[in-house]
Every structure is written in C-alpha cells, then in structure tokens.
Design a protein. Structure first.
Length: 261
C-alpha cells in the first residue's frame, strides 16, 4: 500500500489539513459536502499510479475555517492560490459532488498546469425542472439510503457506530457545507455561462440512480463543457467509486492515462 502522509499547511489565514499518498504525477482530489472520509478507497486506488493530494476544505475535517471564505467562488480562488503555494504543475484535478463544483469553478478561472478535469456526481449548476435532493432536510438514515444503491453499503453504514471524534467531524462538515452551499442550494447561478472556458480534457462520471443530482445534471454538464466525455454507470447512486467500483475505476484510470499522454 502506498505510504500515507498527513500534514498541516499554514496558508492564507488558516491551517489546512492535507493527506498525501503515492508517487508519480500529481493528482489533486477534492471531496464533497460529507468530507474526505468516503474518498479513502478512491485515494488508495489512485495512489497506485499517482501522487494523490487530498486536502480537507477550510472548515471541514481537520482544517480550520477561514474568515475570508464564504462561498464556493471564494474556495476556487483559495485553491488557485493553494496550487501555486504547492507549486503543482501538470496535475490532474478530480472532484466529487461539492468537490466537483469547486474543481469546475477553478477550471473556468484557469486551467494553467491542469492537464485533465474529472467531475464525479458534481454540484454547481441548476437544471430547470429537475429536482435535486436536499441533504440538509434528510435525516441521517434518509441520507445514507439516498446516497447509495448498493444495499450492503447501506446496511454497513446504518449499523456503524461513529466515535465521538467522528461525530464532531460530521457536525463540522455539515456546518461548513451550509456555509458554502446553503443558498442557493449547491449551485452558482453564474457558473453555467462560463463552463465553455474549460479547455482541457474533461470526464463527467455519474450514477444513473443519483438521488441528489439526477442523471440529467450529467447531460447538462456535457452540453456546457466543450468536448467533455460522459460516463453513466448503471445501478449506481451518488457515490460511484463506492457503489460501482468495478465500472468506475477502469473508466477513470483510462481517462487519466489518456490525459497524461
């Protein structure tokens, strides 16, 4: 298994927690509203071929909240400075859900040094007439049942007893998600009109039974991002790297390999 390194970076007006794993070409992995915990297996898989950099967004997980950041647009500029601070060059950018939204906001501003973009079940846009799920209104049990199609995962999640520290992190993540994405819910009204500026290879990966951002959102991203590829996984919910790893990993790794060539 690739070596795992956890570190704290004092950056801007806050301290951000960063997990690094693997070696090779850099890959910046951005988590969703639930925090970085459900990206553990994805990080480990990708670290077989890449140096994976997985930060906790400011306010999430072990990262401190920044007083300057109040929106995903703010986060996008924060990550552009973060990329410069870490001197990342020729790297892949991969984001899940809210992390996909952040990644898209970064890419419309600048794709300098980014060689590919992957949006997994991404937030960020609004499709008129297509209702999104609302994670802030669901109970914890409803959230789990709406995130996954695989019933084994649902049963494991519902039977798991989180520790006190884990519960505290869950609360921090929920508060931070509300700070950035409460209104309007998980999208930027201005993002759609600028997605055409993304000029790097882009993969849109989605589950056909996503109950948070239905599959129509994948097709909308495809229409808005020139030359983007889209892959819809069957029998799959909002977390495809957990629901359908058999279909997810080969497609993602193939795309990343193409982007590196």
């Amino acid at each position: 298994m690739p070596t795992l390194d956890n570190s704290q970076l004092v950056f801007s007006d806050t301290t951000i927690n960063i997990t690094r794993s693997g070696s090779g070409q850099a890959l910046l992995l951005l988590h969703g509203a639930g925090g970085s915990s459900n990206l553990k297996e994805l990080r480990e898989k990708l670290a077989e071929d890449y140096e994976v950099i997985l930060p906790d967004h400011p306010g999430f997980g072990l990262s401190q909240q920044s007083n300057k950041l109040n929106s995903v647009s703010d986060l996008s500029f924060y990550y552009l400075d973060f990329i410069k601070e870490l001197n990342l060059k020729d790297f892949h950018l991969v984001g899940h859900s809210m992390g996909g939204w952040i990644a898209a906001e970064v890419a419309v501003r600048s794709t300098a040094n980014i060689i590919s973009l992957t949006l997994i079940s991404s937030a960020g846009i609004h499709v008129k007439g297509v209702t999104k799920g609302d994670i802030f209104l669901w109970s914890p049990e409803e959230l789990v049942r709406n995130l996954y199609v695989n019933q084994d995962i649902v049963n494991d999640m519902l039977s798991y007893e989180p520790s006190g520290d884990e519960l505290e992190t869950m609360v921090r993540n929920r508060v931070a998600a509300a700070r950035y994405a409460w209104h309007p819910r998980f999208y930027n009204p201005d993002l759609a009109k600028w997605l055409h500026r993304i000029d790097i290879p882009t993969l849109i990966l989605w589950g056909d039974q996503d109950k948070i951002f239905p599959v129509e959102y994948a097709r909308a991203f495809k229409e808005l991002i020139p030359h983007a590829q889209v892959e819809i996984l069957n029998r799959c919910g909002h977390v495809p790297h957990m629901d359908r790893p058999d279909g997810f990993y080969p497609r993602l790794k193939s795309f990343l390999s193409e982007g590196a060539s």
